[in-house]
Design a protein around this ligand. Structure first.
Ligand code: GLY
Length: 570
């Protein structure tokens, strides 16, 4: 029997019992779900055309940052659901040599934003908050990609934008998933003629095999290629965007655009069973909540209680519950919340305190001090890249909901986000039905809205282990958590780790959502007996992950079959 390399690689850290088991395990390439392997370099994204763009950049000698930037621009054309230049996101970069760094290009609230801007006549107005020109935050994507490139890229900026420009200008063949997605969103674009013109075939949904061309977007990308961020934050693009806002009750101005800055941050770091976890700090809650949950779970022998067992799932849910409660109470834009207890929340001592509150036989009850949670959009997208030197990029970005605000900037051809919906509803407006009114994440001029995006890189003893991330609103954090547990605790190869069923608990509502077919009836019964309320859902997330298998110096990627996913390497 062959020693299973993946398990040997990942299980050395969980103790002698696990190592002994490794020797009995089968090879991962027979009788298991196989990862896609490549020796040199690899890119995984949610669109095959975009992954191919990143792959070509790597073949042309570009590094991981170059490939991530080119893939992100390509996604803005071929995956308009979430790929964007009108949204924002986060990029975590871990060079093979040197310190990891995080780029925050989250959208900001325009200067005229107020904490009560989503109220009308004394009542909260959900449409204004999520589906209006007031829902649009100042986009960050181009500034963030440019900053990461200018500090770490190696190919020219034009070279990285050019493939997206060509895809927009010459068009690309619409695949089934995009055809279905566009057909579904078209009725919600009717108020925005520029969106209907760009994303329909003369008013009719695009059919599979037809070509989608986006000439206005191609022209905007050409300005970006030539001028860098100035191509969107000043000049013609900014004028077009500000005019669309002014004509439709929006508050974003050319000054807001000119003032936008991406921020380089120290990554949020922690450890888990000897692995280094490198993720996104606030204004994303992702890295902090992930590390907090891992710290709590480190105190349990999950390998012994087993993947998918009621005992293990119970502990995971209890860790999720506590991290999401702390997230709700404490987190927001660090520039506006200077005393967030970050060090305490990610400390091992605090995790030990939390473990004392976990009863292994009984679910805790989430107690809404005064607030609950809304459901969040799933339409974000993640890409992972590793290059030949083993530099790694983990990038998650979004328009918030699918196709964002559904507003295309007339003449500029790109969709705007509705990220202002990630701010809390209004001061003190907290309801059982899902509104939140806590202070740290209320809209204020220039403030970044709290996010759950969790682009993450795992390393061990100075060596890359894994690059991962996912779309899915708040579920992102738990999807990333479970992917890491599946590799580190349960010894799954990366494809198995991505295939494995997922679940989500976010403190409130006090229920655990689990994927259809993900839990057996007797497991559900055992969890029910512990006091957990379980709710079946369809699928959760769409992980793009690459694992570096140091034993044979190979990259192993997973495609997530829950949605379109494309891993390409060489
Ligand atoms: N808009 C989803 C997030 O930032 O978490």
């Amino acid at each position: 029997m062959t020693i299973r390399k993946q398990r040997a690689f990942t299980c050395g850290i969980v103790g002698a019992a696990a190592v002994a088991w490794v020797a009995l395990a089968p090879t991962p390439l027979v009788g298991s779900t196989r990862p896609i392997r490549a020796r040199q370099a690899m890119v995984v994204s949610q669109d095959p055309l975009a992954s191919r763009v990143g792959d070509q950049v790597l073949r042309d000698g570009g590094n991981a940052v170059d490939a991530a930037v080119a893939t992100a621009f390509a996604l803005a054309v071929t995956y308009p659901t979430a790929g964007n230049i009108g949204g924002g996101g986060f990029l975590v970069y871990r060079p093979a040599v040197g310190d990891a760094v995080a780029y925050d290009f989250r959208e900001t609230a325009p200067a005229a934003a107020t904490s009560t801007m989503f109220m009308r006549g004394g009542e909260y107005d959900r449409r204004v908050h999520h589906n209006s020109h007031l829902a649009v935050g100042v986009p960050g994507t181009v500034a963030g990609l440019h900053q990461a490139w200018s500090e770490h890229g190696s190919l020219s900026w034009e070279r990285l934008v050019e493939p997206a420009m060509t895809l927009a200008r010459e068009g690309f063949v619409v695949r089934d998933s995009l055809a279905r997605s566009l057909a579904a969103v078209l009725p919600r674009m009717v108020d925005y003629p520029a969106s209907v013109a760009q994303f329909s075939n003369q008013g009719q949904p695009y059919r599979v095999g037809e070509t989608l061309r986006q000439p206005d977007l191609a022209r905007t990308l050409s300005r970006v290629a030539l001028q860098g961020p100035a191509g969107v934050y000043t000049g013609e693009t900014a004028e077009l965007l500000a005019a669309e806002m002014a004509a439709n009750g929006g508050i974003m101005t050319q000054a807001d655009l000119a003032g936008y800055r991406a921020v380089r941050r120290a990554p949020m770091t922690g450890t888990y069973r000897g692995y280094d976890i490198i993720s996104m700090p606030p204004v994303s809650s992702g890295g902090l909540a992930l590390i907090q949950m891992l710290n709590v779970l480190e105190g349990y022998d999950l390998a012994a209680s087993g993947s998918g067992s009621a005992a293990t799932i119970h502990l995971i849910i209890e860790a999720m519950r506590r991290a999401f409660a702390d997230r709700a109470q404490n987190l927001g834009d660090p520039a506006f919340n200077t005393s967030m207890p970050i060090d305490q929340l990610i400390s091992k001592d605090y995790a030990a305190e939390l473990r004392l509150t976990i009863d292994s036989d009984r679910a805790s009850v989430s107690s809404p001090d005064s607030f609950s949670w809304p459901v969040e959009s799933e339409e974000t997208t993640h890409l992972s890249v590793v290059d030949g030197a083993r530099n790694a990029v983990s990038l998650t970005y979004t328009l918030e909901q699918g196709y964002g605000s559904k507003i295309t900037v007339p003449g500029a051809g790109f969709l705007l986000n509705n990220e202002m919906g990630d701010f809390n509803a209004a001061p003190g407006l907290t309801t059982q039905t899902g509104l939140i009114g806590t202070g740290p994440n209320l809209a204020e001029p220039g403030k970044r809205m709290l996010s759950s995006m969790t682009p993450t890189i795992v390393a061990r003893e100075g060596q890359l282990v894994m690059v991962t991330g996912s779309p899915g609103g708040r579920t992102i954090i738990n999807t990333v958590l479970m992917t890491i547990l599946n590799v580190v605790d349960f010894g799954m190869n990366i494809q198995e780790a991505v295939d494995a069923p997922r679940l989500h608990h976010q403190w409130l509502p006090d229920e655990t959502r689990y994927e259809r077919w993900g839990l057996s009836p007797d497991t559900l019964a055992l969890l029910g007996r512990r006091g957990h309320r379980m709710a079946e859902i369809g699928v959760q997330g769409a992980v793009s992950a690459i694992l570096y298998n140091a034993e044979d110096d190979m990259l192993e990627a997973a495609e997530d079959r829950r949605r379109t996913s494309s891993a390409i390497g060489f």
